[in-house]
Design a protein around this ligand. Structure first.
Ligand SMILES: N[C@@H](CCC(=O)N[C@@H](CS)C(=O)NCC(=O)O)C(=O)O
Length: 328
């Protein structure tokens, strides 16, 4: 994987030499918001009004951040309003590509471009930075609305409600402070923690990251032994943000990212909770295990140079669980 420098592709891998072997995620660039009336959102420019058919979502089924946006699109009834292109799971010297030689890789359904980077340079010809999924594209202005999943899911949570009549709310006002606090902890120790463990190139950076991963899982296990979901006894944004890392844990992070003190299935509450979320109608279709397993093991040749895809555990996400019928 590489990045764009003034609109030109540079195929270099993450530089951890300057950070003591630590993987440091770069800050996201496009931070506009879709709103019901096109008024500006929390950052960026206004002019992005919620309209059916106006926006296009670029995802990788492998990516936990893009996965969040697919879950919100499904649960908020946006399938018919926002269409999707899915990249090929292999992310090699050209970054994400629109190669269609893998089941479910759709190609670029808008422009038939070969690479995801072409979508970035189409928006800003001299753009610099990483070429990441998800990307929310505005067909009307030819601009990228946002490439920050945490913000795209907040837009999807409410901006289109007037068009869909779907008022499920995963970010209820009364729970926002608690959700933010849980999000912070889960992001650092778990969502990004597994990446910090997996991409570390020094023992100390790995040790620090992996310790935080399991401290966070221990804390989650205790919390979920007392409550069915993370915040307020109901399913919120915090749960979906956690879910996309949990679902990848045993197939990928345990082995490939060396997070192997325990497996997810060793935590009875966390595992039951994962199954409960998986079984919410609409969610299972967003989980493409073939893309997940292929992407990580094939793409990261600094971690797995032979590119052998391991056999992987058999996980029954459809087994019964003890969380009742999740309240959405
Ligand atoms: N902050 C971004 C992060 C997205 C991200 O890092 N996506 C990864 C895939 S899992 C990616 O596209 N990486 C390509 C790269 O870093 O070059 C978000 O949450 O939307």
């Amino acid at each position: 994987m590489g990045q764009l420098v003034n609109g030109v592709w540079d195929p270099a891998w993450y530089d951890t030499a300057s950070t003591g072997g630590r993987f440091e995620r770069t800050v996201t660039k496009f931070r506009n918001w879709i709103t019901p009336d096109g008024a500006p959102g929390a950052s960026g420019d206004g002019g992005f009004r919620a309209e059916a058919g106006r926006y296009h979502l670029y995802v990788s089924y492998a990516c936990p951040w893009a996965h969040r946006t697919l879950i919100f699109r499904a649960l908020k009834g946006l399938d018919g309003l926002i269409d999707v292109s899915a990249v090929h799971p292999d992310m090699l010297e050209d970054g994400w590509t629109f190669d269609t030689g893998f089941p479910g890789a759709t190609g670029d359904r808008q422009f038939d471009a070969p690479f995801l980077r072409d979508i970035y340079t189409r928006a800003v010809s001299d753009v610099s930075g990483r070429v990441t999924v998800p990307v929310l594209w505005d067909k009307q202005s030819g601009r990228i609305v946002s490439n920050e999943s945490a913000e795209i899911i907040r837009m999807f949570n409410s901006a289109f409600d007037g068009l869909t009549g779907n008022d499920l709310d995963f970010w209820p006002e009364a729970l926002r402070a608690d959700i933010e606090e849980v999000n912070r902890r889960v992001y650092r120790g778990f969502n990004n923690g597994v990446y910090r463990a997996g991409f570390a190139t020094s023992q100390s950076a790995y040790d620090e990251a992996v310790r935080e991963v399991f401290e966070t899982m221990d804390w989650l296990e205790t919390h979920l032994s007392q409550e069915p979901f993370l915040v307020g006894g109901r399913v919120t944004e915090a749960d979906w943000r956690l879910f996309t890392t949990l679902v990848r844990f045993d197939p990928v992070y345990h082995l490939h990212f060396k997070c192997n003190r325990n497996r997810l299935v060793d935590f009875p509450n966390l595992w039951a909770y994962t199954r409960a979320l998986y079984q919410v109608p609409g969610v299972a279709d967003t989980v493409r295990m073939d893309h997940i397993v292929r992407h990580y093991h094939y793409s990261h040749d600094t971690i797995n140079p032979s590119r052998i895809i391991p056999i992987n555990p058999r996980l029954d996400f459809l087994a019964p669980h003890d969380r009742g019928n999740p309240r959405l």
